[in-house]
Design a protein around this ligand. Structure first.
Ligand SMILES: *Cc1c(COP(=O)(O)O)cnc(C)c1O
Ligand code: SF4
Length: 348
C-alpha cells in the first residue's frame, strides 16, 4: 500500500531530534533564514544536485521556502524522506494530467471581495496574507491570485466593510497564506476590528507556524488569542508524526494550556502519509499532545500536485483501518472539497 511502513521513527531521525541545538532565533529572523533555493535545499539534506530543466521550472513557478527549524527534522541523504517530499520541487510538477487545474476549488467564484471567501453557511474565510512559513509543493493555493489580496490596513478596509454586511456569519477563518505571518501589531488591530463586529463569535486560525516555526507561538501571541472577545480556535496542519519535535510540542502546549482548542488537518499525500502505520502514529502523537485530528483531506487537484494524489478509495480503506486501531475521537474525518457544495464532502 505504501513505500513507508513501521520504520517511521527511524533511529536516524531520533538522533536528529535529540541533537542539542542553540536557542531558536525569533520568528522573523527564522523567516529571513529560511532556505529559498532548491539547489541549496538539496545540499543541506546531502542530496546530489538535480539539473533537470523541469525541476528548475518547478521552483521557478512556485518558489522554495523551508525554515531551518523544519529542515533539521529531515533525514539527511534520504530522497524519499516524507518531510522533504512536502517541500522539495520535483520534476513531476511539470506533469498536468487532465482534471488538475489552476483553481481546482473555483475559489475565484466564491469571493465576496478580494481576499474574502464565503462558501459555507455561517463561516467566511479571510485570506489574510500571501506569506507562509513554508511552501508546500501540493498547496491548492499555489496559483492563487495573491497579488489581489489586501496588504496593509488601508486595503483591509473594504474587505472588513464587506464582512460587516455578512451578518449571518458568526465565525471568521483567518487563512492565507498563514495569518500568523502578520506581525502581532497588525493582528491586534485586525482582531479588534473583528471583535467590534457584533455578529462574529469565533475566529479560527489556520496556521502551519506551530509546526514550521514553532517559536512564533510566543506568550504574547497566546495572550492575544485568549483575550479577544471572540473565541479562538487554532487549526494546525501536520501530515507526518516526525513533524512533531520538542519545540513544536512546546508551542502546542502553550496554546492548549491557554484553553485554546487546537485541531489538526492533514492532507493525504502519496509517499508522505499514505499508510495506516504513519496515519495511526500521526493521530496518536497528536492526541498525546492534546491536539484533535479534525480533517484528513483528499488532495485538491491543483496543477503540479498530481504525483501526490492517492486514490480516494485507498483513503477510505486507510481511515476504516484507523477506526479499528484508535480511540474514536482520534480518527479524523476524511473529506474532499468539491466546488459548488454547501459543505465539504465526507468520504469516510
Ligand atoms: C474548508 C472551508 C471552511 C471551513 O469548513 P469547516 O468544515 O467548517 O472546517 C470555510 N470556508 C471555506 C472557503 C473553506 O474552504
Ligand atoms: S502552509 Fe498552507 S497555504 Fe501555505 S503553502 Fe503550505 S498548504 Fe499552502
Amino acid at each position: 500500500m505504501s513505500i513507508l511502513s513501521a520504520d517511521i521513527l527511524s533511529t536516524k531521525a531520533d538522533s536528529v531530534r535529540q541533537r542539542s541545538t542553540p536557542p531558536p532565533p525569533d520568528w522573523r529572523a527564522a523567516m529571513r533564514a529560511a532556505i529559498r533555493d532548491a539547489a541549496e535545499l538539496r545540499r543541506r539534506v546531502q542530496l546530489p544536485a538535480d539539473e533537470q530543466p523541469t525541476t528548475r521550472l518547478a521552483s521557478e513557478q512556485f518558489g522554495v521556502f523551508v525554515p531551518l527549524e523544519f529542515l533539521q527534522r529531515i533525514e539527511p541523504g534520504n530522497p524519499a524522506d516524507p518531510l522533504l517530499l512536502q517541500v522539495l520541487p520535483a520534476a513531476a510538477e511539470a506533469l498536468s494530467p487532465a482534471g488538475f487545474r489552476q483553481d481546482p476549488l473555483e475559489e475565484s467564484s466564491a469571493a465576496k471581495a478580494a481576499g474574502l471567501l464565503q462558501k459555507y453557511a455561517g463561516r467566511a474565510l479571510l485570506v489574510a496574507t500571501p506569506t507562509c512559513p513554508v511552501h508546500c509543493r501540493y498547496c491548492f493555493r499555489r496559483h492563487f491570485a495573491y497579488q489581489d489580496i489586501p496588504q496593509g490596513r488601508a486595503q483591509w478596509e473594504p474587505v472588513l466593510s464587506q464582512l460587516e454586511t455578512l451578518t449571518d456569519v458568526d465565525e471568521v477563518l483567518l487563512s492565507g497564506g498563514d495569518p500568523l505571518a502578520l506581525g502581532d501589531e497588525l493582528l491586534e488591530w485586525l482582531l479588534a476590528r473583528l471583535a467590534a463586529m457584533g455578529h462574529l463569535r469565533r475566529v479560527r486560525w489556520h496556521t502551519r507556524f506551530p509546526i514550521m516555526i514553532p517559536q512564533r507561538v510566543t506568550p504574547s501571541l497566546v495572550n492575544m488569542l485568549r483575550q479577544t472577545r471572540l473565541t479562538s480556535i487554532v487549526v494546525i496542519h501536520c501530515n507526518h508524526p516526525r513533524e512533531l519535535d520538542d519545540a513544536v510540542s512546546l508551542s502546542l502546549a502553550r496554546l492548549v494550556d491557554a484553553g485554546i482548542p487546537v485541531l489538526n488537518q492533514a492532507v493525504l499525500l502519496r509517499g508522505v502519509n499514505n499508510s495506516v502505520e504513519v496515519l495511526e502514529q500521526l493521530c496518536r502523537e497528536l492526541i498525546n499532545r492534546r491536539v484533535m485530528p479534525y480533517y484528513l483531506h483528499q488532495l485538491d487537484r491543483v496543477a503540479g500536485a498530481a504525483h501526490f494524489e492517492v486514490d480516494p478509495q485507498v483513503g477510505q480503506r486507510l481511515v476504516a483501518a484507523l477506526r479499528t486501531r484508535l480511540p474514536g475521537y482520534a480518527v479524523p474525518r476524511f473529506v474532499r472539497e468539491l466546488p459548488g457544495r454547501s459543505a465539504k464532502t465526507v468520504l469516510a
